[in-house]
Design a protein. Structure first.
Length: 107
């Protein structure tokens, strides 16, 4: 994975989850901080947690599968990280593919 994609993923997760990353970080460090944050959200109640999962478009099937395992927070962190990474890679793959004169594709 390129440094740019890691940086963009980290920024998105910081914004969405309120995690604070040091100047130098790795994927493992991001996942650890995200898992800690997930524990905090789960302690507040399932409603907020499930709203976040829905907003992030985390598959209910995948979520249910990891909820039965050990170290649930770390596995959910991985699902969230992978989903965010997928979104960023998709945006980059489709960047600039719209026809410049197509009014239906403008927001």
């Amino acid at each position: 994975m390129s440094d740019h994609i890691l940086e963009e993923t980290a920024t998105a997760l910081q914004n969405d989850w309120g995690i604070l990353l040091p100047e130098a970080y790795s994927e493992e460090h991001i996942l650890k901080l995200l898992a800690d944050r997930i524990v905090q959200v789960l302690e507040r109640g399932p409603e907020t947690f499930f709203q976040l999962m829905y907003r992030l478009d985390i598959s209910e099937k995948k979520l249910n599968a990891v909820m039965q395992d050990d170290d649930v927070a770390a596995k959910i962190a991985r699902l969230i990280y992978d989903r965010q990474l997928q979104k960023i890679q998709s945006r980059q793959a489709h960047k600039g593919k719209a026809e410049p004169g197509d009014p239906e594709l403008k927001w």
